[in-house]
Each structure stands twice: as structure tokens, then as C-alpha cells.
Design a protein around this ligand. Sequence first.
Ligand SMILES: Cc1ncc(C[n+]2csc(CCOP(=O)(O)OP(=O)(O)O)c2C)c(N)n1
Ligand SMILES: [Mg+2]
Length: 628
Amino acid sequence: MGTRLTVGQAVVRFLAAQYSERDGERRRFFAGCFGIFGHGNVAGLGQALLEHADDLPYYMARNEQAMVHTASGYARMNDRLSTFACTASIGPGATNMVTGAALATVNRLPVLLLPGDIFATRPANPVLQELEDARSYDVSVNDCFKPVSKYWDRVNRPEQLPSALLAAMRVLTDPAETGAVTLALPQDVQAEAYDWPDELFARRVWRVPRPVPEPAAIEEAAAVLRSAERPLIVAGGGVIYSRATAGLRAFAERTGIPVAETQAGKGALPWDHECSVGAIGATGTAAANALAREADAVIGIGTRYSDFTTASHSLFADPGVRFVNINVARPDALKLAGIPVVADAGEAIGALDAALDGHSVPDAYRARARELAGRWNAVVDRAFGDGAFGDGAFGERRGGPPAQAAVIGVVNEVSGPRDVVVCAAGSMPGDLHKLWRTRDPKGYHVEYGYSCMGYEIAGGLGVKMAAPDREVFVLVGDGSYLMMAQELATAVAEGVKLVVVLVENRGYASIGNLSESVGADRFGTRYRVRTGTGLDGGVLPVDLAANAASLGADVLRAEGVDGFRDALRAAVASPRTTVVHIETDPLAPAPDSEAWWDVPVAEVSARESTARARARYDDDKKTQRHHL
Ligand SMILES: Cc1ncc(C[n+]2csc(CCOP(=O)(O)OP(=O)(O)O)c2C)c(N)n1
Ligand SMILES: [Mg+2]
């Protein structure tokens, strides 16, 4: 006996029956399906979502890229044990999801993308929005998803659907493989009926594995740590996804090894823990970076060692430094010529702890880490207090808008210990990484794998849907806001409350600073009107607060640090999505990480500023090294 359903209906029934399980905790893998309908999916998946609304709730987004971000935010907040499916029409609706797919895959977050596709049967080609490649009618715009998907398929016949769905689930629930999965669904096939075996719709539980380490790998790793005098742990996102933070804490306390955190790993330890030295790398703390420069052994746990973490391979400067890499993904475990411990973070930390059998670093080293962390905390106090950093030039601008660091300090102060801060691009991710005092492993959500402008509000929506009991503070720059603010309307429609802090500094402060450092004089980074050849006229008459109000959010226009604190408290007290608008000084500096980032500078130039920057670059480049 089978069940006669369309392909669209079968997809919805199947998705509704998938569960994940880890540590005995079982949950639905798909919390629902986001979508925007067009002719490529309205009669197929759209009709199916209507007919099976009780099985799989449908959510309407305002932009296809954004709905994939929402799914990513939701998946990250759920430690990858649950996500959303996303359906788009063919053509532009589909390709709008490509950036979202790349973000999910880079950050290793499970999202299922269901773009509509051109007719499999080709009765009236070309269909509206068809690419029409004259070299092959088998090509469609959905081929763009291939490099940004961990599994990609096109279901040209109903018979192909079961194996495609099972492959999708295999990849989505595999911690070493996960990322975006794309199943392209031709619009005629979506509406086609077929007799499906009943087993396809039976409840299926996908156990998310915790691979255990090989004893030999643990022995080798333990030997390195026993002989190390200045070891340092680099905690990445894998620690948090594995929920290994308690194990890490016990391990660090016993061994005395200081713990530094990547962007995805921030929150692995509470900020004031005795072993915490805070953020590492190009956006790190001076404390973690000093220890990294001296370290003779580095234990990377659940990190992929991006250039921000390694300061573009300039940070780990001890000539004899060795790496031990605990990672569920073998390619990451093998980086920097490390000893690979291919395993779940929690399992490996436990095994290493047992193998070290009470071994501890010398007391003097513990004390040194404490002292460096204490010094950095004083730096943060100062930055939060008045944002007054750097030279006297900033002092002259007093009376103008506050420094961004002071705004971050107020958000940190007003937010509760379990609340979540969300950010992705601009100058705030770096400042947050250095300054934010994390109190909960899920309290810090900065998307820095793809650092995608526009993720903030859309991703924050997913975070709040995953954690309705926590206040979610979305920090968004004016540049990111202008790229993608439309999901405010979705938040209002769904009654999902966000507190959005819109930081207006009239352009791209981050890229402005970078531009200045590479001798490009902040060219093209300010929001100004054109005068002749340049964009250096008056300030743009753009009112982003009014824009936010037009999308249905409540808006508070704050001025100065005290006004901002009052407005933020009011936003927290309100049950509605509220945007707090605050202007900041784009030139106020943040505390220095004392670490480099490799951004190549023009080798020849008629400009003196560029030539000077190149000379500096040539010097910095000498600090870059191979770890072979
Ligand atoms: C989609 C996208 N385009 C371009 C970039 C490169 N980029 C990084 S930060 C930035 C400017 C961000 O401006 P804003 O949100 O105002 O933050 P600010 O730099 O002013 O703090 C740009 C263009 C990016 N990260 N993402
Ligand atoms: Mg800006």
C-alpha cells in the first residue's frame, strides 16, 4: 500500500517526520518552512504547505536571502540540532538564496534550501525567468548553489525524491559535514502525483554522533601537553555546538591552561573565569595575543583557524610551537601541522583530561595569564566608561556623539546574563569580540564566518525564534541596516520581539579605517552626496529611524550615552520589536588587539600614503610564517 501525493506534498510530509537526537534529547529537525512564493513553487510546495499546515508551519519572509539567514540563526542557537527549510520560486527568488547558502556552509550550519526549478518536461521553454543556456538545456540558475552546498540535487522525477531526501538528512545531521543542502525542484515535478511507500513518511530519528577519539591520538596529544611550559587553548564554535563548555571549564581549572576564544567560540568560558583570557587574533585581547605569541603548545578545539584567529599566520610566533587540534572534521584537525584528534569536542576533552591525570602548568604561568587578563579587563572598563581611547585627538571631539565602545558597554550592562547579542559585519564584530563580557555559552552570536552585511536582523529573528525566553539584542550598523532591514516587517508580523540597536556613523567606519591603514584614504566609505568627482559633499539626508518606523517597528531616537541607556531600558520593557537609533563617532578608536591582518597594499603608487602603507605592509609580512 502506498500514499498518493504530489512531490511537493511528499516533501512536506517527509520534513515533518524528521527528528534529531543527541544525549537522549529528541526534537523536530525542521521547526517549519520559510518561503516566498512565485510561479516556481506556489502550486507545488505552496499548495502542499497549505494542505499540510498542521504538520509543518509556514512562515513568510520578505527576502529569500534573509530567510536563509533566519534559518542559520535558528540552527546556531539550537546547536545545529534543529533548523528551517526555505522554499523559493525559480530564477531570482532562487538565486537570492545563494548568499544565504554560502553563509550557512561557511559557518557549518544546517539549512535546507528548496528552490523551484525550470520545467523538467520542457513543454513551453523558455519559462519566465529561465536562464536558457544554448549549450545545454540541462543548466539552470540553481547550478549556482553547487559550490556553496554540502549536498546538491535536482529532482527531475518523483522516483528520485526518497534518495535525495535521505541524503539531505544525512548531511544536515552530520556535525563534520553539515552546511547548506539544496534540493532543486522543477515546477512541474513539484505538482506531479506519485504512489509513495508509506515508510517514507514514518518518523525518523537521526542520532547526531559524538565520535570518540582514538586512544593513540589522545596519548600523543597528552605527551605534547605534559612537555609544554606555555600551553594555550583556542576554543572555537565546536566547543559550544558540542555543549562541551562545562567539560572545558573543568579541564582548564585542573590543568591551569588559559583559554582564548574565537568569534564562534566566544562564550566557551564566562568572561571572568580564572582561566579566561578572552578573544584571540586580529580582533582579540592583548592578553590572549601575548600568550599566543609565547605559546609552545596550542590546543585548538572546534576551530577552523581562520585568518582572524591566527592573525594571518603571524600570531603563534614561538619557533617550536606545536598544535593539537581537536575537531570533528578531519580537514580542520590536520591544520597547522597539528596532531589530529578527530572527535567530538566534549569526548576529546574528557579523554585528554583523563590522560593528563592531574597534570598542571606551573603556578607562575597561571599567575601570568591572570595578570594579563586583569590588565585587559581594566582596558575594557575604560572603553565602556567613556570610550576614550587612543590619542588626544579623540578628546577634542568630545561633545560630539559617543564612541561605539561606550554604546557596546551600555548594551552589555543593560542585557541580562542569558540574553543574546547578535551582529555580523562592520566595526562592531571586532569591538564586540574584544570587549563583550559573555556570561552564557549562547549569549554571544556574531556571524563572522561569512561576516555578511544584512545578517543581523534576519539572523536575530531566527535567534529569537529559537530562544523566546531570552532578550535578543541585534546590533546593526547603518551600512548593514541599509542592505537588509526588511525582516523587521516579518518580526512584527510574527510577533517576535527584537531589540535592534541601529548604530549610525554615516558610512562604513570599519572599511574606512581599513582603507586608511592601506593608504586608500577612506575613499568610497562615507555616506555623502556627490560633488564633482568624489562622494565628499554634505551628509546624506537619510533618516534610518524613520525607515524602521515605516516597517512597523517602534523606534526610539537616543542621544548620548545616558539617553541611550534610558532608551534601551525602555526597549527591553516593551513587548514589541523596538529599534533604538544612536549616532556614534566613526573615528573614535577601540582598544588595540596588537595583532595583524593580511590585506595586501598596492605595490606601486603615486600616492605617498599608499607608499607608506606598503612599507609597513612589507614589514608586517615578515612576521607571517608557515606551520609545516
Ligand atoms: C554583503 C557584504 N558586502 C560587503 C562587505 C564588506 N564590508 C564589511 S564591513 C562593511 C561596512 C559596514 O558598514 P556598517 O554596517 O555601517 O558598519 P561600520 O563599518 O560603520 O561599523 C563592508 C562594506 C560585507 N562584509 N558584506
Ligand atoms: Mg556605519
